[in-house]
Design a protein around this ligand. Structure first.
Ligand SMILES: Nc1ncnc2c1ncn2[C@@H]1O[C@H](COP(=O)(O)OP(=O)(O)OP(=O)(O)O)[C@@H](O)[C@H]1O
Length: 238
């Protein structure tokens, strides 16, 4: 397995956001995560990426025990992430944003990463915006930049947090095509998304969270049919 999380626990006061969670992702696999607002999805990403420390839990990545390893160590080991609300360095250009990811995420010189950053921008459809200040991008371009900057760190696992939210149907389809292309390069994907049809177009497996607990994990179409998923996630009575 590429990622193995076992017995993950985290609370904020009386709110339990990760309740004895187990999760695995195989190399190159695409796994979707759904769940109602406040189910603990983004918190799970923060725990995996290392921005938050769990109360308990075991964490293994790429064959090594990573329990207690901080964010930058996880990034350099191959965990890249995007944020639900894009967080570019607004006063840097698009290309400079990628350089930051590549130089600090891979511990390489600017000269050594410049070409691969250009290739990533081309793949993500942002090459023509390379010298534009990130603060002036459209929402779709910001979302593309989030992915491009994460890819610049050369991840083995890419965490996508609601990347399709707020986009038009056409923009969403474009983004799905890009995510499928990223997958074809061998990068594993763990994707939180409320736009379920976008998710289902990409993923191999679907995990459902509710109140910090995993309530389903399996073949996407079968998971979507489960009465508890209908009831909890969509508010439809079984
Ligand atoms: N730093 C924090 N301090 C206190 N409570 C927090 C903190 N971060 C998250 N929470 C709470 O933990 C719960 C889970 O939040 P989280 O953002 O992980 O949910 P989510 O499933 O990603 O929701 P959404 O779909 O709305 O993005 C929420 O009740 C949230 O208010």
């Amino acid at each position: 397995m590429l990622l193995e999380v076992a017995g993950l626990k985290k609370s904020f006061g009386s709110i339990v956001v990760a309740d004895d969670l187990d999760l695995v992702v195989a190399p190159g696999e695409a796994v979707g995560i759904i769940g109602p607002n406040g189910a603990g999805k983004t918190t799970l990403f923060n725990l995996i990426a290392g921005g938050l420390a769990p109360t308990a839990g075991y964490f293994r990545f790429d064959g090594r025990d990573f329990t207690g390893v901080p964010l930058q160590g996880r990034c350099r080991a191959g965990i890249g992430r995007t944020h639900q609300i894009p967080q570019p360095f607004e006063k840097l250009t698009v290309f400079e944003n990628l350089l930051v990811g590549a130089v600090y995420g891979r511990r390489k010189t600017e000269a050594a990463v410049a070409q691969s950053c250009g290739e990533i921008l081309e793949r993500l459809g942002l090459l023509k915006r390379a010298n534009t200040l990130a603060g002036s991008l459209t929402l779709l371009e910001r979302k593309r930049l989030e992915m491009a900057r994460a890819l610049a760190t050369a991840p083995k696992l890419l965490l996508l947090d609601e990347i399709a939210g707020g986009l038009t149907e056409g923009e969403c389809s474009e983004l799905v095509a890009t995510i499928r292309e990223i997958r074809q390069t061998g990068v594993a994907i763990l994707w939180i998304e409320h736009v379920v049809h976008a998710l289902l177009a990409v993923i191999d497996r679907l995990v459902v969270l509710n109140f910090g607990r995993k309530i389903a994990d399996g073949v996407p179409k079968q998971v979507m049919q489960l009465p508890e998923v209908h009831q909890i996630y969509m508010g439809i009575e079984a």
